[in-house]
Design a protein around this ligand. Structure first.
Ligand code: ZN
Length: 309
């Protein structure tokens, strides 16, 4: 069993409109935009990152906004709902705030004894805000103060037809079974980071998801260093997983593999971090390009849609 994985690093999803996506995560949810860059594999599209003040692993929600992308269809074989952690006692304030912004899909429930506010993002992306004890300092602003600010990820939900193989993989990755409620089993990395839980939901008869705007593209798990990442890569290869070579994503190093049931997993390093190419005080303001795409800057500044205004 691996000991290197700490919990979630980031969650990456697809969107249809960059400006709308930016407004939702900053103005409605009150997260900080911590990086404005492009999809390194398709540089005519943004890669937008939102998180806490520093973009701490375990807080980072990222998007590829493909203009006018068709909406995905929910189903099994995907991460269905991404959950953020909020202060105890703040769920009613969040409910009221989301309602004031006419956010879709607002509902409240309790899972594993924790109060949740459920809601949809601009492309029908499914989210939850979960009341939990969490000492991480939230980013504040845009009408979201410390008393209700988002701490970072709480967990992510995998929707699967048959959960057994994924449960085995999570076990191999260092997750332990914590509890079961209905069709949902919760897994946790003991001693992990503050985003150390995955919920596996079983939907035996459901249709497969189709990826599109509002779908999670992949979830990334955090390891401290490149050395730890290579250990994880070797172990996964030895177990028979098809794992990509290490890819430099500028702010972290990434490897990818497909989990049984269809969800794309990444393992990402906590180093070097989002302050690699701009100061923490100025994160996310100006367009940052990796060296291989710097020659496209003038064109991209003309063609990428403005995020503000
Ligand atoms: Zn990623």
């Amino acid at each position: 069993m691996l000991k290197q994985i700490q919990g979630l690093h980031h969650v990456t999803s697809l969107a249809s409109d960059a400006r709308e996506n930016n407004a939702f995560f900053t103005n409605v949810l009150g997260l900080r935009r911590i990086k404005k860059t492009v999809n390194f594999d398709a540089p005519d599209v943004y890669h937008l990152y939102y998180g806490d003040a520093a973009g701490t692993p375990g807080t980072v929600m990222t998007y590829f906004p493909f203009p006018n992308a068709k909406r995905g269809e929910k189903g099994i074989g995907e991460v269905g709902r991404t959950a953020f952690s909020i202060p105890t006692g703040s769920s009613q304030a969040w409910h009221d705030r989301l309602a004031a912004f006419t956010v879709n899909g607002i509902a409240q429930d309790i899972r594993f004894g924790e109060k949740r506010v459920l809601f949809d993002g601009p492309d029908g992306d499914q989210f939850a805000l979960v009341e939990s004890d969490d000492n991480r300092t939230p980013w504040t602003g845009n009408g979201v103060g410390a008393e209700m600010g988002i701490h970072g990820f709480h967990s992510a939900d995998m929707r699967l037809r048959d959960p057994d193989a994924s449960a085995e993989l999570l076990g191999f990755m260092g997750y332990e079974k914590l509890d079961t409620q209905g069709n949902v089993t919760r897994f946790i990395v003991p001693g992990g980071n503050d985003a150390n839980m995955i919920d596996v939901a079983t939907h035996a008869g459901a249709a497969s998801a189709t990826q599109g705007a509002g779908s999670v593209h992949h979830i990334a798990f955090a390891v401290e260093t490149r050395a730890r990442q290579l250990e994880v890569r070797e172990a996964l290869l030895d177990t028979g997983y098809q794992v990509t070579p290490v890819i430099d994503r500028g702010y972290f190093y990434a490897i990818y593999f497909r989990a049984p049931g269809g969800v794309l997993f990444e393992v990402a390093t906590n180093e070097p971090g989002f302050d690699r190419d701009e100061g923490t005080a100025n994160l996310g303001q100006t367009l940052k390009l990796p060296s291989q795409h710097e020659h496209l800057r003038a064109k991209l500044q003309r063609t990428l849609p403005p995020l503000e205004g």
